[in-house]
Design a protein around this ligand. Structure first.
Ligand code: AMP
Ligand code: MG
Length: 324
């Protein structure tokens, strides 16, 4: 079975075709804000300018390989409303044109499913950390339950905000990681875990304050150590509660080597296995939507046109996981 998937919840517009075995083709167009953070309307404008040529290229790629598309998947949410609408419109048109089923995919679940597919993890506790989301999830009784999540902004957004406040370009995560490697010492910053949830906006403010008085590399290092320790603590607790012997890291912030190292250590100490997908499958990508669409279609799930409206606040636990 071949499924075309389109991702475009925020900064990355990406389309891909996958089958059960592999990614056949993937193309992306990245929106980079001229200044400041992601502007929803500008991002949507970017997506609508690029989606035509992007899809043409991917569909041509399928034709060149003699592939017939069996379904069209799109990221239905969560994400920025205007961006989601651009993607959903294109997906509906293609499903009608090819006369194949349409399937709306939950973006967070897609991160998890592609991670499992590519790493071989079977039933992990998942730390999903990106520009828009920070959640700890695990499959329980047929749904991806959210064990813990941010009470305010995501960890990626926090890193990007702090970076902007000290004059580093967007996205801030990679630059902070680079600088943190040159640090000489730790500066105490607020550590906020409440039950199974965490909060990052106070940490961003405190780090911005600290950067006025301390070496920037030391602040970047301390910011990472503090934020990541919070995430690892909650992931470990979720593993204990849900009795999971595996952990997996997904989402764009997962590219951070220090975060991977901290999770790996925690897993080693618990005798659990740690899974880290390749970088290209960690941030937002079309393949994850195509692949999740494929497993959904194979389990008999599709989305009729009348239910294909976008869902900016789509929660993972609203989805019944029939394919696991
Ligand atoms: P996503 O929304 O999943 O595509 O992830 C985007 C987020 O990942 C942005 O907030 C980036 O700053 C962050 N990010 C990317 N690379 C790194 C890195 N090496 N360390 C920390 N954050 C990163
Ligand atoms: Mg994402």
């Amino acid at each position: 079975m071949y499924v075309l998937g389109i991702e475009g919840t925020a900064w990355n517009l990406s389309a891909a075709i996958v089958n059960e075995d592999d990614v056949i083709i993937e193309r992306a167009a990245t929106y980079t804000p001229a200044r400041g953070g992601i502007h929803p309307r500008e991002a949507a404008q970017h997506h609508s300018e690029h989606i035509g040529p992007l899809l043409r290229e991917v569909i041509q790629g399928a034709r060149d390989r003699g592939i017939k598309i069996d379904g069209v998947a799109f990221s239905q949410g969560p994400g920025l409303g205007p961006c989601l609408r651009t993607v959903a419109t294109a997906a509906r048109v293609l499903a009608l044109k090819f006369k194949v089923p349409l399937v709306g995919v939950n973006h967070c679940i897609a991160h998890i499913e592609i991670g499992k597919w590519k790493t071989g993890a079977r039933d992990p506790a998942v730390l999903y950390v990106s520009g828009g989301n920070s959640q700890v999830l695990a499959l329980r009784r047929g749904r991806y339950r959210i064990f813990g999540e941010t009470l305010d902004i995501s960890v990626g957004n926090m890193l990007d905000k702090f970076a902007r406040s000290v004059g580093l370009p967007h996205p801030g995560g990679p630059r902070i990681e680079e600088l943190a490697r040159k640090a000489k010492g730790y500066i105490p910053l607020p550590y906020t875990v409440k039950g199974m949830d965490f909060s990052f906006s106070g940490l961003a403010t405190a780090a911005t304050e600290a950067a006025r008085r301390y070496d920037l590399a030391d602040v970047c290092y301390s910011l990472q150590e503090t934020a990541f320790a919070m995430l690892v603590e909650v992931t470990e607790r979720a593993m204990a509660h849900a009795e999971k012997r595996e952990a997996m890291l997904v989402g764009g912030v997962g590219a951070n080597q220090r975060l991977g190292e901290m999770l790996r250590l925690m897993c080693e100490e618990r005798g659990a296995r740690f899974y880290l997908p390749e970088k290209r499958f960690m941030g937002d990508n079309g393949s994850m939507i195509a692949y999740t669409g494929l497993v959904m279609l194979k389990s008999g799930v599709s989305t009729p046109l009348e239910s294909s409206g976008v869902r900016p606040n789509y929660r993972t636990d609203e989805v019944e996981v029939r394919w696991a």
